[in-house]
Design a protein around this ligand. Structure first.
Ligand code: HPA
Length: 261
């Protein structure tokens, strides 16, 4: 992707011209976790395919639209559908929407994803607040506090107020699209990973690089290979994500009300 800045500028101009809201908060909705937008009011929707220079997502369970609307009292952008490295996009393309969000004035980003549990104390349906990540996807710049401690504390306090149970853990990003082998999962457990997925890490790095604070929550949709005895199924992943997604939406909706912006 050449002339990234000019392209991102063109995307941002299009979005500004076709929406009236100017949110400072953006939420990325992972596989099967799109319910949050049902709570949006005054929503203006732009399809990725209509936004100049925007990549288009191809995975089932990902809609491919940007929404500008209100969630409670807060103006929020929602990205329904993300771009995965395994789909054949370059890391620049995977992270492209975040350059655009930065140009639109976004200061805080909430990432969600579906992933496999490695920590045996987790079960499918568990929501995991990310404390850190392990990058098994590529290069890794300085990431002292990839997930904002302030936002994590806000999320924990809100979960306690709402009686929502959650775990905290380390997310390991693996390229995909194949699920991992049992031996890889044993190795990752030894490295300190609590969960494994195919997204979130590149976006976290770019948001940090661009100076946007990040909060991320995973939905454990299955136990990782070798820990669960049944074969993986993307349909099952979506089913669990949809179910746990209701709680996730209630949680993040409340957290967002307390975020600046
Ligand atoms: N591994 C990697 N990515 C995933 C998984 C998994 O077990 N489940 C959902 N996304």
């Amino acid at each position: 992707m050449e002339h990234l800045y000019e392209k991102a500028q063109e995307s941002a101009e299009y979005i500004k011209a076709h929406t009236t809201k100017r949110p400072k908060i953006a939420v990325v909705l992972g596989s099967g976790l799109g319910n949050l937008t049902a709570d949006f009011t005054e929503a203006e929707e732009l399809l990725y395919k209509d936004i100049p220079n925007f990549p288009v997502s191809t995975v089932a369970g990902h809609k491919g639209a940007l929404l500008a609307g209100k969630l409670g009292e807060k103006e929020v952008y929602a990205l329904e559908g993300r771009f995965h490295f395994y789909e054949g996009y370059s890391m620049k393309e995977v992270c492209y929407p975040f350059y655009v969000l930065k140009l639109l004035g976004v200061e805080q980003v909430v990432l969600t994803n579906a992933c496999g549990g490695i920590n045996r104390e987790f079960a499918p349906g568990t929501l995991m607040l990310l404390t850190d990540f392990i990058n098994m996807m590529g290069t890794n710049p300085d990431m002292t506090e990839p997930y904002s401690l302030e936002l994590r504390n806000l999320a924990k306090q809100t979960a306690d107020e709402l009686g929502i149970s959650y775990k905290e853990g380390v997310y390991l990003g693996f390229m995909g699209p194949c699920y991992e082998t049992a031996a890889e999962i044993r190795a990752f457990a030894g490295m300190g990973a609590d969960a494994v997925g195919m997204s979130t890490v590149p976006e976290t790095m770019v948001c940090n690089y661009l100076g946007m604070k990040v909060l991320a929550v995973s939905c454990i949709t299955n136990m990782a290979t070798g820990i669960q005895t049944v074969k993986h199924s993307h349909a099952r992943v979506l089913e669990i994500a949809n179910r746990a997604g209701e709680t996730l939406c209630r949680w993040l909706g409340a957290v967002i009300q307390k975020m600046e912006g």
